[in-house]
Design a protein around this ligand. Structure first.
Ligand SMILES: [Zn+2]
Length: 471
């Protein structure tokens, strides 16, 4: 499985990996749990534990809520290399209404070189890759006459932790958040590798590998709007629905661009290798010129890319829920708006709330109260040195034409929980995709799929990263 491994070895390892992935997809571990099969996450945890035990390891499962299982195993190094490396993943998937899928979302069909199914990219493919690496390390210990459940794995100076959690898709209360409280040693590490990064993205002929080093934070608010109840036959200005509509209009526009250091580095690096229009887009955005950036995004970018880029360049405010009214002829005196705000590293909850107050203005501010529903800190891991440099170098070794870049993602993962333990956590689930395959369309999407070739490339990358960081 190493760079020096034979093609035959890699073919066999890839076949095993694909087999594991297809087994995992067939277990319907959806979140929220399916009432007909409420223990899908536990079944995935048990599947993984069985494979680990069969390799001579000693896995543990926790089930803080019935049916919601997380699994963990530790491989020992000789203890001279520092804190462990964590291979982090989640066992749950989002629901998949099957209507528009061309392959059943839980059938795990293998067609034209692709494995189809819910979880193929988010993130059972990475679960299978991480498991495969752990099984390989255990096999190497057994081949040396050692007991991998007790003895150090040959060549490892740090421990390797494998932890796959329940409930990531709904915030982790029944998974990683519980583990932070009750089993912190399952996560405590010098660094962690997690989902949603190092998946190749071809732009204007150049193949980039965006390594996730930062995640936006989130702040959800409930805004209560106070009007006056009345009879629908006599319209009034302080109808709470009318006030709420005005409030939503004021909240909905874009915030100003703010290029964070990670985005600046990423855009400048992209601009340096991209020529033509794509290079101009990256340079204009990196320069932080709001008007120029908007113009190039509109004119030159694929609209789907523009959506992601816009979200990464500013704090965002999205009013997503409105509740008001009881009957068509009753003027409502109360309304509620729920707002999803996503914040860049550096923006505090107080600052985000202050922006909402400012947008509402003194007139609407006087009739609105703002209540925080949930807050998650934005995260940043070092984008140079140590583990990051190993990640970038290993990608270059396996794809000499590839360009690794540090990036921020607009969504949140279990990294918010490892961050609570001070663990720098990287989005690093290495896959080399075909130039026209778009990962973000597959995430939580229809016909989620991953190619066997992409996995075959990623597996030795992940193995080499583990060997290099822990060796
Ligand atoms: Zn995920």
């Amino acid at each position: 499985m190493t760079s020096a491994a034979t093609t035959v070895d890699l073919d066999r390892a890839t076949d095993d990996l694909v087999g594991i992935l297809r087994d995992l997809i067939r277990i319907r571990s959806i979140n929220p749990p399916d009432p007909d099969a409420p223990d899908g996450e536990l079944l995935v945890a048990r599947y993984l534990a069985r494979a680990l035990a069969a390799a001579g390891l000693d896995p543990e499962i926790v089930e803080p809520v019935p049916g919601r299982g997380s699994v963990h195993v530790r491989l020992r190094g000789d203890g001279t290399g520092g804190d462990p490396l964590l291979l982090l993943s989640h066992v749950d998937v989002v629901p998949a209404p099957s209507e528009r899928w061309t392959h059943g979302p839980f059938d795990a069909d293998l067609a034209a070189g692709y494995v189809y199914g819910r979880g193929a990219v988010d993130m059972k493919g990475m679960v299978a890759m991480e498991l495969s690496v752990v099984l390989q390390l255990a096999a190497e210990a057994r081949a040396a006459g050692l007991d991998p459940s007790r003895d150090p794995i040959p060549g490892l100076r740090r421990d390797v932790l494998f932890t796959s959690t329940a409930d990531e898709e709904a915030g982790g209360a029944a998974g990683a958040a519980w583990i932070v409280e009750h089993r912190p040693t399952w996560l405590a590490a010098a660094g962690a590798l997690n989902e949603a990064g190092a998946v190749s993205m071809t732009v204007a002929g150049s193949r980039f590998y965006p390594i996730g080093v930062a995640e936006k934070g989130y702040a959800a608010y409930r805004i209560r709007v106070r009007g006056t109840w009345g009879h629908g036959s006599m319209p009034r200005d302080d109808n709470a629905v009318v006030l709420a509509a005005d409030a939503i209009g004021r909240l909905a526009g874009p915030e100003v661009t703010h290029v964070t250091p990670v985005m600046k580095r990423s855009l400048d690096a992209a601009a340096a290798v991209l020529g033509g229009d794509a290079g101009r887009v990256a340079r204009a955005i990196g320069a932080g010129n709001d008007r120029l950036a908007e113009a190039v995004l509109d004119g030159l970018c694929d609209p789907r890319d523009a959506l992601v880029l816009r979200a990464l360049l500013r704090d965002t405010i999205s009013p997503d829920v409105v509740h008001a009214g009881v009957k068509y002829n009753v003027i409502p005196g109360d309304a509620e708006i729920e707002v999803d705000c996503r914040v860049l590293p550096g923006t505090t909850e107080a600052a985000m709330r202050a922006r909402l107050v400012e947008r509402l203005g003194p007139d609407l501010g006087a009739v609105c109260t703002i209540e925080l529903i949930v807050w998650g800190e934005p995260l940043e891991a070092p984008a140079e040195g140590g583990l990051y440099d190993i990640l970038a170098a290993t990608i270059r070794d396996h794809d000499p034409a590839g360009i690794p870049l540090p990036v921020m993602v607009p969504f949140a993962t279990d990294a918010k929980h490892t961050a609570a333990l001070g663990v720098p956590t990287y989005g690093f689930s290495p896959l080399m995709l075909d130039a026209d395959e778009r990962l973000l369309d597959r995430f939580h999407g229809v016909d989620e799929r991953v190619s066997v070739a992409a996995l075959r490339w990623g597996l030795p990358v992940l193995y080499d990263v583990v060997r290099r960081f822990c060796g």
